[in-house]
Ligand binder design. Structure first.
Ligand code: UGA
Length: 442
């Protein structure tokens, strides 16, 4: 099929390249000239495992092209909207200006029968608001939320664990004939995944929008739940990691996303729970998701807790002490530093007068742009040399698995390790002579 993808950030660039790899003819469109130049030249504008290979193959076969001109999207049967919906400046709500301008730009190229498939994470009700303008062109609007994780984006796009499509519905909630036709076209787009039994859920527009924010709100709540348990563990001497293992054996609970530590960040979870709460307020149902405020607060407190632990470990004050921060990205396998808990901890320590050195295998350039006041060192061991304390804040394998206490002891001045992700074997570090501090662990 001929497809267009409007917006080529983390979501759109991966979607475009993945769809081309399935045999579709795809054009990716973005207003950012540098990003399009990079993609058209076969260079991924961000770190995402597997993307460079897909770009190379798609460009070589001619099935993947890029443009800054939305008119080049004309002729595609399905147009995916994959622009960002960041947090609005000075507010909790989502900034929908990129979605609105993408739709406005797309309207003149739409033909009767085309399908517009929104993938951006939007407040519930957005699709209904956009539908009239799209339908006046004879095209149909659907909402097809995306659940990919950064760092696993190619895998998640090619082998999703479910595909959700919201379509126009009539009285009684059943899809309209036009909605069914649009869903049928998306079925063709995703034929490969559907062929191996991927669950396929056709619903109304509001449910599809809500599925996405509900999923992210649930994941954020799960993380903050275990971090709340970490806070209780800290005053009782309990160990939150053993607690997580024990409750996680219950299938109804599950162990995933029960990793206690400095909490969640990134371009999705934090802004999505805030936008959801803001939208619920607008709908007069603020109290229904009132717990999301607590989820956000617990999450932010854990960053402060990591800073406190470093202070405690260094005898009460960090001023003038050398602290090496392992990690800047909001999670491993990513160079994304948006709302990164790791960078937050590093900048707080710097603000308290510590001499902070930050290292990260992928995110240094992005981190330097948002926090230029910090010292960055690419080489891990160089960054660790002479440190009084080391803080692990992004659990890259280079820090969690491949750094032994024996090796670290040859580099640092002090013997202090603060494990902001509970990724290290506390007993092994203590046995090697380190003062080990975990999050919610004795
Ligand atoms: C998240 C969702 O997991 C995706 O399903 C969704 O599609 C995406 O947002 C989105 O809306 O686009 P992502 O932001 O890539 O994906 O990151 P996650 O893997 O969810 O991790 C989020 C944060 O939670 C990271 O900072 C991570 O370190 C933290 N985390 C994760 C924990 O603190 N503990 C855990 O147990 C798991």
């Amino acid at each position: 099929m001929r497809l267009s993808v409007i917006g080529c950030g983390y979501l759109g660039a991966v979607h475009a390249a993945a769809m081309a790899s399935l045999g579709h003819d795809v054009i990716g469109v973005d207003v950012d000239r540098d990003r399009i130049a990079a993609l058209a030249g076969g260079r991924a504008p961000f770190f995402e495992p597997g993307l460079p290979e897909l770009l190379r193959d798609g460009l070589a076969s001619g099935q993947l092209t890029f443009s800054t001109d939305v008119r080049d999207a004309a002729g595609a049967a399905v147009h995916f909207l994959a622009v960002g919906t960041p947090q609005r400046q000075g507010a909790s709500a989502a900034d929908l200006s990129y979605v609105d301008s993408a739709v406005d730009a797309l309207l003149p190229v739409l033909r009767p029968g085309d399908v517009v498939a929104g993938k951006s994470t939007v407040p519930v009700g957005t699709a209904a608001r956009l539908a009239d303008a799209v339908e006046r062109t004879g095209a149909s609007l659907t909402w097809n939320p995306e659940f990919l994780r950064e760092g696993w984006a190619v895998h998640d796009t090619l082998t999703p664990d479910r595909i959700v499509v919201g379509v126009g519905t009539g009285d009684g909630g059943a899809p309209t004939p036009d909605g069914l036709r649009a869903a049928g076209m998306l079925r063709e787009v995703y034929a490969t995944a559907l062929g191996v039994g991927t669950p396929w859920i056709v619903t109304d527009l509001a449910t599809a929008e809500l599925v996405k924010v509900a999923a992210n709100a649930f994941l954020a709540t799960k993380i903050s739940f275990i971090n709340a348990m970490a806070e209780i563990a800290e005053v009782t001497g309990a160990d939150v990691t053993t607690l997580a293992d024990a409750i996680g054996h219950d299938d109804r609970i599950g162990r995933r996303f029960l990793g206690a530590g400095i909490g969640f960040g990134g371009g999705c979870l934090p802004k999505d729970i805030r936008a959801f709460a803001a939208r619920a307020e607008e709908l007069g149902r603020g109290e229904s998701v009132g717990f999301l405020r607590a989820v956000d607060e617990i999450n932010l407190r854990r960053r402060d807790r990591a800073v406190e632990l470093v202070q405690q470990a260094l005898g009460g004050a960090v001023h003038g002490r050398r602290v090496t921060v392992l990690g800047a990205a909001f999670k491993p396998h990513s160079d994304d530093v948006r709302d990164s808990p790791a960078l937050h901890v590093a900048t707080r320590l710097h603000g308290l007068g510590a001499v902070v050195t930050v290292t990260d295998p992928a995110a240094i350039e992005n981190a330097r742009r948002v926090s230029p006041q910090l010292t960055y060192v690419h080489d891990r061991d160089e960054a660790l040399r002479d440190a009084d304390a080391v803080v692990l804040v992004t659990e890259w394998d280079q820090y969690r698995r491949e750094l032994s206490p024996q090796h670290l002891a040859t580099l640092t001045a002090g013997r202090v390790i603060v494990d902001g992700r509970n990724g290290l074997d506390a007993a092994a570090w203590r046995a090697a002579g380190f003062a080990y501090y975990g999050m919610g662990r004795p």
